[in-house]
Design a protein. Structure first.
Length: 138
């Protein structure tokens, strides 16, 4: 949907004419040659370009309409829903990053008891095994 809206916005930016007025000009360009030539001189856009903008706008509007029908929501409501979902995903990512950062800082500080202490326990266990094997072999 954003892509289709972007296509329409590009036409508006290129012509520097609001969408409704652009639609009217396109309609006039299709109807009469004389009217088209007058408009072309007045606004500085060729009939060929106007008709191309018309095809782009019409195609983009069809895409938007198709998306609205498939989603059973109109474009504004759908955009709002998408924005809410994206904001929720961002909040989730930020929360996960915060949890990861906290865990990381705890393991470096030794506060969690997992990093350094776990290695010390393994060393103690290995020493006990070594000393009991040495005692058994004597």
């Amino acid at each position: 949907m954003e892509k289709a809206e972007g296509e329409i916005n590009q036409c508006i930016e290129k012509t520097k004419i609001p969408l409704e007025e652009l639609k009217k000009l396109i309609g006039l360009a299709k109807k009469s040659r004389q009217e088209g030539k007058k408009r072309e001189k007045k606004i500085g856009i060729s009939k060929k370009d106007l008709l191309e903008y018309g095809r782009v706008v019409k195609s983009a509007q069809k895409k938007i309409k198709r998306i609205e029908v498939e989603s059973t929501l109109d474009a504004k409501v759908l955009k709002k829903a998408i924005k809410s979902i994206e904001e929720g995903e961002l909040k989730t990512k930020l929360a996960k990053d915060e949890v990861w950062t906290r865990r990381k800082s705890r393991s470096y500080s030794g506060a969690s008891g997992t990093g350094l202490q776990l290695n010390q326990r393994k060393d103690q266990t290995n020493r006990r095994k070594s000393s009991s094997k040495a005692e058994t072999s004597q």
